[in-house]
Design a protein around this ligand. Sequence first.
Ligand code: ZN
Ligand code: ZN
Length: 295
Amino acid sequence: MKLRVWGSRGSLAAPGAHTVRYGGNTSCVEVRSGSGDVIVLDAGTGIRPLGVQMADEGVERIHILLTHLHLDHLQGLGFFRPLFRPEVTVHIWGPPSPVQPLTDRIGTYMSPPLFPVRLADIPSTVTFHDSPEEPVVIGDLTFRASLVTHNGPTVGYRIEENGRSVVYMPDHEPGLGVDLADQPADWISGYHLARGADVLLHDAQYGDEEYERHRGWGHSAIGHVVAFARKAEVERLVLFHHDPYHTDEDLEALVTEARKLWGVDERVCSAWEGMTIDLDDDAVSLATVPGSAPG
Ligand SMILES: [Zn+2]
Ligand SMILES: [Zn+2]
């Protein structure tokens, strides 16, 4: 399985001179199995350039897994080029809600006055599904979802192929109201999904001091992220969902802080636009430095 990060920012796109290294596009990660099955995690603004590539490649069967429907995870959907090709089939998975079906919630965004094209007028074949906790098989990939602590119905995803596993939790506040170090693991939001993963991409929106002003906003402090990753015994932690106010230098300070907290530098890095992660039988390799190849 191979991953490519197309957007690692959270909340709002943040292009500009101060975000060149880590990128300004909001959440979107491409996952491909060894035999070419395609899963897209979230439809933030990063899905636009991914869609250009997929249209050029002629990819005709795509699964999009949405963690939730906040705009930074949905806003790119209307600009995903494969949606406008009649020969393409797109399956969109998202968190179940007792209030409104997924189609209606996405239709709220993809309809006037917020968007000029109605969901019903999209030329491709689009099918909607609630993301289940039971495993779903897509070719050689298997995924499952689990509800996690955020504002509104939100899931995290675990994707596996050949015994390798990646967990994606871009918006998650497991430390809300609890001390993660003392809390029994079974009671921690997201623990069972993340446990023992080869790679965890996790919300790292705030420094510990910043978090004090944003408690309950649905995101993690850097101390929470490291405590969660250690508790879940993941192999590698990738900081994700960067705050739109954080510059490249701020993000480097956060990754330095996270490495200090964990005490093992090579297990922690920060997601950047263009980052690739390769998981195969022999090894897991991450391009940890912006602009580098996996190593
Ligand atoms: Zn978000
Ligand atoms: Zn959110």
